[in-house]
Write a protein that binds this ligand. Structure first.
Ligand SMILES: Cc1cc2nc3c(=O)[nH]c(=O)nc-3n(C[C@H](O)[C@H](O)[C@H](O)COP(=O)(O)OP(=O)(O)OC[C@H]3O[C@@H](n4cnc5c(N)ncnc54)[C@H](O)[C@@H]3O)c2cc1C
Length: 479
């Protein structure tokens, strides 16, 4: 605040805008929701994001309760040329939810949800977390494609493309998106679908928060579970060569109802891990099989060749539990530094490189992971939605994690970068926009979209020519 009557807020293009208090009061008078300033009740929670490494903070937060509120804020931000951020579940690793010293729309109060069982649709507010949607839809034995850590926001995940254990059956999350309600940069509330504002809808299917503020998502639902076969199973790291090869065999022959994530990590000191194994290196698989349960033994047969596991939690259980059992592995507030690539195949060289890299990590919490994708993804054309990347079979990544104040943080970071440099040579050239770090350059965003990037730029020019929505992995408007 420069004086008692003005409030300084970051503007577009690096400017600082001194807002007169009456202007803010005028905005508040138009809102059913709340405007927060530092120190207000609810401020600390509103600025909290999952990655503790993110230290940017906004100057103002608005928590809207309707599309009309969102439209009022967008109009205000556009008029005064304010830097505007959008917070869904706050899980973006680069902290893109928060506009540094700007204005942030925190969508957490728009968390309503309706399941239309007959039409097989769920209508979800942009403040919903994955578990809100999974829990509500599973009551009807239905689900859409969402990720596997339950506190992640549906908004950010969906707009970047979205994947999870059901991707192999039903594609990217955005392949299951039917319609959105969105407020665009001109403060108009619009509906976008394959038949209405179709180009905007195309862009939203992967193009992130570049095109406006989504105020409602409608997803298609499928019959899933509610009981599935899943859980964790792990072997000693000394068996890594066999485990990795078997993982490749299992995933190459897998039906679409099976998705298996592989993780090289140190065993947590959890009650389900025998004590002698706490802190020791293991190879773990996280399994989700949503097909005919009578066939599961046959489907998982390749795992039998691996002998006695050190942990075996594979069993029949509710799908919602499978969707949340990895929650504890990514606690909020730790420092996270990830590097990931999409890969088309698991070559011998990639597997042995992964094993060697993991053996050398000094960061005790570091993991090397491989996510199993493919299946239904590749059935659509590469330009069916901005998300692209329909040639991927796996996502591969190095995940660094440490406590705030960790003295070795610099070295841990460097080792993630070094490992990533080695893994990149196995990549498809694409990458997942939702896993990009704040440090990643613009070229990485262009690579994430490949041939779809130029079309995204044209959509950006049509719907946000002034680039109001730039606190994100930014698509530059075509000129
Ligand atoms: C622990 C963990 C597990 C993950 N697992 C998966 C997974 O299984 N599958 C997967 O696909 N991804 C996964 N991700 C990545 C995840 O998709 C991204 O982090 C995503 O950005 C999170 O969305 P959010 O709403 O929580 O994020 P936020 O940080 O709140 O938002 C991210 C960005 O989304 C945009 N945005 C948010 N809300 C809106 C809105 N209403 N309208 C327009 N734009 C908006 C904004 O640009 C914002 O900067 C995971 C991330 C973490 C941290």
């Amino acid at each position: 605040m420069t004086t008692r009557t003005t409030i300084e807020v970051a503007g577009l293009d690096g400017t600082v805008v001194a807002l007169r208090r009456e202007l803010l009061e005028g905005l508040v008078s138009r809102l059913a929701g709340t405007l927060l300033r530092p120190g207000d009740d609810g401020w600390a929670e509103a600025v909290l994001v999952w990655n503790g490494m993110v230290n940017r903070r906004p100057a103002l937060i608005v928590q809207p309760t309707s599309a009309a509120d969102v439209a009022a804020v967008i109009e205000f931000a556009a008029t005064h040329r304010l830097l505007l951020g959008i917070k869904g579940g706050g899980h973006n690793i680069g902290g893109t939810a928060l506009a540094p010293r700007g204005l942030t729309l925190d969508m957490s109060r728009m968390r309503e949800l309706t399941v239309d069982r007959d039409a097989r649709r769920v209508h979800a507010g942009p403040g919903c977390r994955l578990s809100d949607v999974d829990r509500a839809t599973q009551q009807h034995g239905l689900a859409t494609v969402l990720g596997f850590v339950s506190e992640v926001g549906i908004a950010g995940l969906t707009l970047g493309g979205g994947f999870g254990y059901l991707t192999r059956r039903f594609g990217w999350t955005v392949d299951n998106l039917e319609e959105v309600e969105i407020v665009t940069a001109d403060a108009r509330v619009r509906v976008a679908s394959r038949t209405e504002n179709a180009e905007l809808f195309w862009a939203l299917r992967g193009g992130g928060g570049n095109f406006g503020v989504v105020t409602r998502f409608t997803f298609r639902l499928h019959e899933v579970g509610p009981t599935v076969h899943g859980g964790l199973i792990a072997w000693p790291f000394e068996r890594a060569a066999d485990v990795l090869r078997t993982y490749r065999t299992l995933t190459l022959g897998a039906p679409r109802e099976l998705a298996v994530w592989l993780m090289l990590l140190r065993a947590p000191a959890a009650p389900f891990v025998p004590e002698p194994w706490h802190g020791r290196r293991i190879c773990a698989m996280s399994v989700c099989y949503t097909g005919d349960l009578a066939r599961v033994e046959r489907v998982l047969e390749p795992l039998r060749t691996l002998g006695e596991p050190v942990v075996d939690l594979l069993r029949r259980q509710p799908y919602v539990e499978v969707q949340s059992y990895l929650d504890a592995t990514e606690p909020k507030g730790h420092h996270y530094y990830w590097r990931t690539e999409y890969v088309a195949e698991l070559s011998d060289e990639l597997l042995s490189t992964s094993r060697d890299l993991f053996a050398r990590f000094t960061n005790p919490a570091a993991q090397l992971g491989i996510l199993h994708l493919g299946g239904a993804l590749s059935e659509r054309d590469p330009d069916d939605g901005a998300v692209g990347n329909r040639d991927v079979r796996y996502a591969c990544g190095v995940l660094g994690m440490w406590e705030p104040q960790e003295p070795e943080a610099g070295a841990y970071r460097a080792s993630v970068d070094e490992a990533w440099r080695r893994l990149r040579s196995f990549g498809t050239g694409g990458n997942y926009v939702n896993f990009q770090l704040a440090e990643d350059d613009h070229a990485r965003t262009v690579d994430a979209y490949g041939k779809n990037y130029e079309r995204l730029r044209r959509a950006k020019a049509a719907y946000d020519p002034g680039n109001l929505f730039r606190v994100n992995r930014n698509v530059l408007p075509a000129t």
